[in-house]
Design a protein around this ligand. Structure first.
Ligand SMILES: [Zn+2]
Length: 193
């Protein structure tokens, strides 16, 4: 069992890396994207970062996690490492993301076999790490039938700098998402027209 000081140290580390993820979310915000950001850490070092780019890319799957994962895959593929080595590398990686991974990202992370995920606020609509589905638990409940896509469980801890993550999302939606469909106004019938 971890000692109290060890737990405190882990939490301080998680907060420090989550601050970097928050920075990524702020860059997304500045680019008028839904402000979600992440970093991937290996051996205490950030090896990739990502931010939501769904608007810029006009691709609804370009979530922060997918961006960061692709940075790594590209890097690793360039060095010519094998699929097994890629899996080995992911199994040593920790992801820090400002909002709970959605179902799509949580499934991807479990297929890749990431070691651990820390997230900020919960994702009540699409969360794949406890809110809607629990894809991190690695149970057979949602097991993919494709043998090449065996999912592995990963540890998941939420609530790291959650209020910062929420306030970014809130101010994004309050300032009005310029890319959201415009509300349809009812035609006003004026007397005499
Ligand atoms: Zn996602």
């Amino acid at each position: 069992m971890a000692s109290a000081s060890q737990v405190e140290e882990d939490l301080a580390t998680a907060v420090a890396f989550m601050q970097l993820a928050i920075q990524q979310a702020k860059i997304a915000m500045d680019s008028l994207e839904v402000p979600v950001g992440c970093v991937i850490v290996e051996d205490g070092k950030v090896i990739a970062s990502g931010r939501n780019r769904t608007t810029e890319t006009r691709n609804a799957t370009r979530h922060a996690e997918m961006e960061a994962i692709d940075v790594l895959l590209e890097q690793w593929q360039r060095t010519g490492i094998s699929v097994a080595q890629v899996a080995e590398k992911f199994s040593n990686c920790i992801l820090y993301v400002t909002c709970e991974p959605c179902i799509m990202c949580a499934a991807a992370l479990s297929i890749l076999g990431i070691k651990k995920v820390y997230y900020g606020c919960a994702n009540d609509k699409f969360g794949g790490c406890g809110s809607i589905l629990s894809l991190h638990s690695g149970s057979s409940e949602h097991q993919f039938s494709d043998e090449g896509s065996q999912r592995k469980g990963f540890t998941c801890t939420g609530g790291i700098l959650a209020s910062e993550a929420i306030s970014l999302l809130r101010s994004f939606y309050e300032q009005g998402n310029p890319n959201a469909p415009k509300p349809h106004r009812q035609p006003v019938h004026q007397p005499g027209n």
